[in-house]
Every structure is written in structure tokens, then in C-alpha cells.
Write a protein that binds this ligand. Structure first.
Ligand code: DAH
Length: 345
């Protein structure tokens, strides 16, 4: 019996040693130490032994059990360490590898110029107003002194949705909407940036959808001098302190008198070149004193209140400021074009 037990011990220890994984090791444990294992089996024959030998065999069996248990425990630790080492090796991170570049975006040039203009006017006490892009004929035209059949409506070829609803052709309807909200009480001081739509064939200087920024100030004693001073601050801030402005008489149905503002050409400094078409001046925006009809229709007493308004195209301003030669660059979103504006962020 002693011999048998010793043999079992040797065999078990060999199997423990040979186990190549935790699962296999567990199988060895179950098969040798389990209740139905071979050690228990051998001990069943103890009845045939003398009373003297019995406790000896019992002690030997226990010792062997312990030896095998220990061996399994040690092997277990060994295998676990091996597994961790393997995992660590597989997951090794080479901290010296250069990282993958994360491409960051930058603001669209039109967003930049609009925010710059917004900041300037907010600094002068203006609020930023908004209005719908799908607009009533009333606000887009009639409330701006452009009744149905008025010839000046042709200047703004429109996308009509129904007889009375259209895509706004300018941001001027926000003037009428804002004044209505003020219920005849000044002061009103807003700018309104937004998208506008016209039935134009797209080319280098035309787009069927572009941006405008509308400005409106209504209060008692507002004069043309206020308008000129405001536009001068705007022009010098956006285009540079060395630029001059000039106001030319013009016509808009919603202002009287109406003007167009030019800035002196940066390239030729007023002497005439290709960019300014030999005039020395570049047209930037339209403006004027709010027409009394427009004030009255929006509920303001035109004897008490006067106001000025202006409308500019951020597309055009960005083109002038950054030297962009085609308005379509803003809307075709070629990443190479857009990335050029990242450097100035
Ligand atoms: N709404 C005009 C346009 O789209 C621009 C404009 C001109 C707006 C004069 C004004 C203004 O407020 O006073 O052509």
C-alpha cells in the first residue's frame, strides 16, 4: 500500500509539473484530491492492514495529500504569473511612438467676420436680433415701403413659396418685426445677421444664398451725422484705421435719403487700380434714414422718432478683407480653402 501511495504521489507531482494551463491544473487537482480519487481508493484497502500499520498509512496518505496540494498551489501561482506576464507583453505600449494627429476644426471665415462685426456693434450698445428666413411678403416688402407692383421689387428676384410667403431676400424685414415689437417706443438699436435668398445665377460675385447684416437705430433726434459716425467706426475697425469712407446718394424704398458707403481702395490708396475699377473707391454697403412710411407702418410716430438703417453683405466684406476672388468658395467648403483661416484663430 505504501508503495502504491508513493507511486500515486510521484505520478500526481509529475502531472502537476506538466500542466500547461490553469484548467489542466484544476483537472489534476480534481482527479487526485477528489472524494472519488485514487488516494481514497487505495485507503479503502486499509481494513486488511494490521492495527499498527493503519495509522501510519493514514498519516502517509495525509502527507501525500498535503504535498500534492502544496505543489498545485505553487504551480497555480506560477501559471497565474505566467498569464499576467503574457498579457502584459501583449499589451505593451510603446510610449515613444508618435501620437496620431487629431485634426481640429476652425471657424468658417463668414462666421468669423460676422462675429467680429457683432462684437463691434454689441460694444456700441446694439442687441443682436433674429427673424425667420421663410418670410411673409408683408415684412419682406410691404412694411418696407415696397407695395405690390413696386418696380424696386424686381431688384430682388425672389423665391416665392406661395403668393404671400417667400424666402427673405434681405435681412431688412427684421427691422419691421423689431419695431413692431417695440410698440412705438424707442430706443431701438439692433443688428441682425442672417441668411438671405435670391433667384440669381451663381458666379464669382453672385450666390442664390448669401449673408447679410442689417442695422437699425430708432430714437428721438437720430440724424444722418449719427449714421455717418457709426459707419466710419465700423469701416475703420473692420478694414483698418487708414481707410477713408465716403457716402454717395442712392435709392432704397425704405430709406430717405439713401446712401451707399464706399471705402478707399487699400491697394492703390485712392489713385485707381484694377481692384477698385480705377475709381479709388470700393462699394461696401447701403444705408439711409428710415423712411417715415416704414416708421409709421411699424407703429412709430415719425414726427417724434427718426432712425437710420444699414445693410451689408458679410460675404462681400470677407472677400474684400481677405482678398477672396470668388463668393462660391464660402459655400463649396473645400477644406483647403477653409483651413487657411485657422492660422488667424
Ligand atoms: N436691404 C438692402 C438690400 O438687400 C440693403 C439695405 C440698404 C438695407 C439700405 C438697409 C438700408 O437697411 O438702409 O439690398
Amino acid at each position: 500500500m505504501e508503495q502504491k501511495l508513493k507511486e500515486l504521489e510521484m505520478k500526481a507531482l509529475e502531472e502537476v509539473k506538466a500542466a500547461s494551463g490553469l484548467k489542466e491544473l484544476n483537472q489534476v487537482r480534481v482527479s487526485y484530491l477528489g472524494k472519488k480519487g485514487p488516494i481514497t481508493e487505495v485507503l479503502r484497502g486499509m481494513g486488511k492492514l494490521s492495527a499498527e500499520e493503519r495509522p501510519k498509512m493514514g498519516a502517509l496518505a495525509n502527507m501525500i495529500r498535503e504535498t500534492i496540494t502544496k505543489a498545485i498551489e505553487n504551480k497555480n501561482v506560477e501559471l497565474e504569473n505566467e498569464a499576467v506576464a503574457k498579457k502584459l507583453e501583449a499589451e505593451t505600449i510603446d510610449v515613444t511612438l508618435p501620437g496620431r494627429p487629431v485634426s481640429t476644426g476652425n471657424r468658417h471665415p463668414l462666421t468669423k467676420i460676422i462675429e467680429e462685426i457683432e462684437d463691434l456693434f454689441i460694444g456700441m450698445g446694439y442687441k443682436v436680433a433674429e427673424g425667420p428666413e421663410v418670410e411673409h411678403d408683408y415684412y419682406n416688402f410691404e412694411a418696407l415701403n415696397l407695395p405690390k407692383g413696386h418696380p424696386a421689387r424686381d431688384m430682388q428676384d425672389s423665391f416665392y413659396i406661395t403668393e404671400e410667403i417667400l424666402m427673405r431676400t434681405h435681412t431688412s424685414p427684421v427691422q419691421a418685426r423689431t419695431m413692431e415689437k417695440h410698440e412705438g417706443k424707442g430706443p431701438v438699436k439692433i443688428i441682425c445677421p442672417g441668411k438671405v435668398y435670391r433667384r440669381d445665377n451663381d458666379d464669382a460675385t453672385h450666390s442664390h444664398q448669401f449673408m447679410q447684416i442689417e442695422g437699425l437705430v430708432v430714437d428721438e433726434n437720430i440724424t444722418m451725422g449719427d449714421l455717418k459716425g457709426t459707419l466710419e467706426v465700423f469701416a475703420k475697425k473692420i478694414f483698418g484705421a487708414d481707410r477713408e469712407i465716403r457716402l454717395r446718394p442712392s435709392f432704397f424704398p425704405f430709406t430717405e435719403p439713401s446712401v451707399e458707403m464706399d471705402i478707399s481702395c487699400k491697394i492703390c490708396r485712392g489713385n485707381g487700380c484694377r481692384v477698385c475699377k480705377q475709381t479709388g473707391w470700393i462699394e461696401v454697403l447701403g444705408a439711409g434714414m428710415v423712411h417715415p412710411n416704414v416708421l409709421e407702418m411699424a407703429g412709430f410716430d415719425s414726427k417724434k422718432y427718426t432712425g437710420f438703417a444699414f445693410g451689408m453683405g458679410p460675404d462681400r466684406i470677407a472677400m474684400l478683407k481677405y482678398g477672396i476672388d470668388d463668393i462660391r468658395h464660402f459655400y463649396t467648403n473645400d477644406i483647403r480653402f477653409l483651413k487657411q483661416f485657422a492660422v488667424q484663430e
